[in-house]
Ligand binder design. Sequence first.
Ligand code: ADP
Length: 474
Amino acid sequence: MQIIHIAAECYPAAKVGGLGDVVGALAKYLNLAGHHGRVILPKYHTKYIINNEWQEIFANTALLGVGAFDYKIYTDTSNKLGYELYLVDIPGLLNREQVYGYEDDSTRFIAFQTAAIDWIIKAELAPDLINVHDHHAALIPFMIQNCHDFMALKECPVVLTIHNGQYQGTMEWSNNVMIPKWDSWKWGLLDWNGFINPLASGIRCAWKVTTVSNGYLQELRFQSNGLEKLFELEWHKCSGILNGIDTIVWNPEEDQALTKTFSAKNVSKEKLHNKKTLCDQFNLDINKPLFVFIGRLVGEKAADLLPQSFINAFHKIGRKMNFLILGSGQTEIENELNYLKFFSQNDYNTYIGYNEDLSHLMYAGADFILMPSRVEPCGLNQLYALRYGTIPVVNNTGGLHDTVVDISEPNGYGIKMSNASENEIILSIYRAIELYADNTRMEQIKKQIMKLDYSWTKSINNYISLYQSLGIKN
Ligand code: ADP
């Protein structure tokens, strides 16, 4: 099968969160399974894109409203990614340092989608299927079925994968002129509540819709930021496929970011070297359990609850544990987490920013990973943590519900909160400290979780079956 993925993120070229990890891994593991997976991504000005060699393979001009734009397609020359990565260069629009967050994001991503489809047609790539990801690429199902210039792809099956349904790319109707020529009586396929809603349009027009866990799929029906009715209408074509992890990139036996690599066999001894590096670097006490949080500092992740929860946990439980935070996001949360550093007694620290290597070391060196998320479509952090022998302490929602079993249950290996609240966070920290005191159980769980299989090698088959259910055979 020839599958093209179109997305706004793809590791290692551009990653903000889980979307990037998943898109790169999907294409790579499709290839490993004997298919042909490729990715089309905007050519941003990220470190990886600047520091690597790219070869121009195509150039054209496309229409955008009353104007036009030039675009070029570049490809990776290194062959080291395990899949073909194509970058769409649109000077002035896409070549920026950040992936998102600009006022003209609607224009940027309409232009990206237009160029991607224009190129697929002009270069006669003739994919068996196109898999688009999240709202940044979710106008493509509408475009290939309704834009006059894109009719060559009208019969091409297209799957929409929703990594996060909270973000929908909603824009004013005045933006409709930027979409290449279509029959205006089809406006209903773009509209949701008086706005153009790319995610809603994708859900309507895609042949199949997937989300990144079954737990999250069930939640979307009742809580999807205004799209509940739409999910009810289109439920027949929706399914949940749990993400996997790229066990080639996330491999504690070979990970270059670690002080000491380790496996399930020697985890008891060698994991500690990584904890020591973290404790030395961040002034923490190696004799106490180390809780880490890694991620976007936003309400979805319940990061706003962390500062007060830490204060109360120290107050109620005592200074029996360390906390180390890695993340960036809302300024108030960043400031509050930074402020707490002044009260540290060698048991608290925060690193504000994005740091891939540090995240690997933290998965390896921590005893527990905290994820009190209010919303977690799949969650990759808990899966990386499991692979690195770190016990997940999570809210029982979305993909966390599907992948973590509480220690109170048979063969349980994690700690689950019943909701995202300060009290539940403190209670689960207390339970984790009790577990930490039981050395035999801790060591048994570390070995057990490192052997769990949440790899793409397993999950990719669910995508392949879904593609085959659309009649694609080869
Ligand atoms: P989301 O996509 O909602 O942000 P996921 O759990 O699906 O959450 O994926 C988060 C990914 O981003 C993980 O690979 C995590 O390690 C990484 N990550 C998030 N914040 C940072 C950061 N500040 N530094 C390094 N990696 C980060």
